[in-house]
Design a protein around this ligand. Structure first.
Ligand SMILES: Cc1cc2nc3c(=O)[nH]c(=O)nc-3n(C[C@H](O)[C@H](O)[C@H](O)COP(=O)(O)O)c2cc1C
Length: 179
C-alpha cells in the first residue's frame, strides 16, 4: 500500500513537517506501507489551462501521477486568507473527477489563528469528497504556537492527535481494500 503525503505550502516548512510526521506514524502502525512526501516547494507546477495533462510540464505530470497512483493520501495545507493555499487548489484542479475513488484522504491544516480550524471541514473536505475520496471523520489542526524556535514540536497532545488520524486513515483504507 502506497501512502502519499502532499504538502501544499510554497513558503514555510511547517506543513511539510506535520505531513511527514503523519507518514512516520502510519508506517509505525503498518510497517509494509510505502510512504512518500510530495512537497509542492520542490516542484514547479503549471497553472491549470484546461488542456490534457500531457501538455503540462514534467513536474506537473509527475505530481499528478503520484497522486493518482497513491492508494492512500494525507493532504496538508497552511491556512491562507481563511482557506487553503492557491498552490494546493491548483494541484487539485489538475485531477480528474474520480481521482480519489476508493482512496482515503486525511487532512492536516496549520494556522496562526485557531479561529480557522474549520477550514479543513468547510473548504478542503468538500473538494476531496468531490474527487470521491473517503475522508476520515477526524483531522488535525496545528497552531503555529506548537512549534519551538527549531521548528520542532514537543507537545504530547500533538503526537496523540496525529497518531489518531494515522490510525483512522490506515483502518479505513484497509477496510476499503479488503471489503
Ligand atoms: C499569505 C498568508 C495568509 C495567511 N492566512 C492565514 C489565515 O487566514 N488564518 C490563519 O490561521 N493563518 C494564516 N496564515 C498563517 C499560516 O497558515 C501559518 O503560518 C502556517 O503555519 C504556515 O505554514 P508553512 O510553514 O508550512 O508555510 C497565513 C500566512 C500567509 C503567508
Amino acid at each position: 500500500m502506497k501512502l502519499v503525503g502532499l504538502s501544499g505550502a510554497l513558503a514555510g516548512s511547517k506543513t511539510a513537517k506535520v505531513v511527514h510526521d503523519i507518514l512516520i506514524c502510519a508506517k509505525d502502525i503498518q510497517p509494509d506501507i510505502q510512504t512518500e512526501l510530495v512537497d509542492l516547494k520542490d516542484y514547479d507546477i503549471d497553472f491549470v489551462r484546461g488542456t490534457p495533462l500531457q501538455y503540462y510540464n514534467k513536474d506537473t505530470i509527475e505530481v499528478v501521477n503520484k497522486l493518482l497512483f497513491a492508494d492512500l493520501l494525507v493532504i496538508g495545507t497552511p491556512i491562507y486568507q481563511a482557506s487553503i493555499t492557491g498552490a494546493l487548489k491548483n494541484v487539485l484542479d489538475h485531477l480528474p473527477m474520480n481521482a480519489f475513488k476508493e482512496k482515503v484522504a486525511g487532512i492536516v491544516t496549520l494556522g496562526g489563528s485557531d479561529k480557522h480550524f474549520l477550514v479543513a471541514e468547510h473548504q478542503l473536505k468538500p473538494i476531496l469528497t468531490f474527487l470521491k475520496a473517503t475522508v476520515p471523520v477526524g483531522n488535525v489542526f496545528v497552531h503555529n504556537d506548537l512549534f519551538d524556535e527549531n521548528k520542532e514540536i514537543s507537545n504530547p497532545d500533538y503526537y496523540r492527535r496525529i497518531k489518531k488520524l494515522a490510525e483512522e486513515m490506515v483502518f479505513l483504507q484497509n477496510s476499503l481494500t479488503n471489503r
